[in-house]
Write a protein that binds this ligand. Structure first.
Ligand code: 4CZ
Length: 244
């Protein structure tokens, strides 16, 4: 890998992240203090479990769609077989969504961007999965503490996605080669920013992401058993394809 290749790889991943990020940091900075009123919180809390799950699943699927677009522009991702691309997205897209959402976490009032405003954990009460919600908030807190730049988040997101240890890959070797080039890109960016110490913290974050996403799958299984009709006929097809 000559330095030029690595620079080009970083540039295309950063560009793809920017073009598929759904909201820009400065855009949401302006909304940081737009909170839900007592009445609006009451409305969310009076939704039934399946209604709130469906409401969230639709928004989550929107966010996942943008991650699929991001993946398609990562050099090397498109060289992988269709099956391997799907296998990586199946396990990695939710993780990238969580990394992206963490950018907009307001650590001063513990709120996440949701439905156009900033919501505390109480807004999600009717999901009946307080442990998952608390874990997502904790993860977002941890990510904010690292104060990553958008370029670092772009490379980290690509590395989260291109993971040769994922289950059921056809050509693990090929995924390993793409993963190694993205790793080189991330270390190159961190070296340039004089922040190599972040690397092991980012690998720790990846371990937390994996446990967070298996908790999400566990809750989804619980939800689908309790509300089969909603899960099978009212959830967006992409959500079912990737998570069910
Ligand atoms: C991701 C691209 S972005 O531009 O950053 C962006 C783009 C769009 C938004 C707006 C948005 O859809 N926010 C959502 N917030 C949460 C949420 C919910 C509970 C706690 C914390 C955040 C959504 C979820 O559905 C969710 C997310 C993670 C785990 C679990 C769930 C609940 C599901 C499984 C029932 S959707 C925010 C940020």
């Amino acid at each position: 890998h000559s330095l030029r290749n690595i620079d080009e790889l970083c540039a295309s991943i950063v560009r793809s992240h920017r073009e598929t990020s759904q909201y820009r940091v400065e855009e949401l900075q302006a909304l940081r203090w737009k909170l839900f009123s007592r009445e609006e919180i009451q409305t969310y809390q009076s939704k039934s479990v399946d209604e709130m799950w469906q409401h969230c699943a639709i928004r989550l699927t929107d966010a996942v769609q943008f991650v699929v677009e991001f993946a398609k522009h990562i050099p090397g991702f498109r060289m992988l077989s269709q099956n391997d691309q799907i296998a990586l997205l199946k396990t990695g897209s939710m993780e990238v969504v969580l990394v992206r959402m963490s950018r907009f976490f307001n650590t001063e009032n513990n709120t996440v961007f949701f439905d156009g405003k900033f919501a505390g954990t109480e807004v999600f009460k009717s999901l009946a999965c307080g442990d998952l919600i608390a874990a997502v908030f904790d993860f977002a807190h941890g990510m904010c503490a690292l104060k990553l730049t958008e370029q670092q988040i772009a490379l980290f997101s690509a590395l989260v996605l291109i993971n040769a240890d994922r289950p059921c890959l056809e050509d693990r070797g090929k995924v390993q080669r793409v993963q190694r080039s993205v790793e080189l890109g991330l270390t190159h960016i961190l070296h340039r920013d004089n922040q190599e110490s972040l690397m092991h913290k980012l690998y720790q974050r990846m371990a937390v992401l994996r446990s967070l996403c298996s908790l999400h799958m566990e809750k989804l299984r619980w939800f689908s058993q309790r509300y089969p009709l909603t899960a099978h006929s009212l959830f967006p097809p992409l959500y079912k394809e990737l998570f069910a």
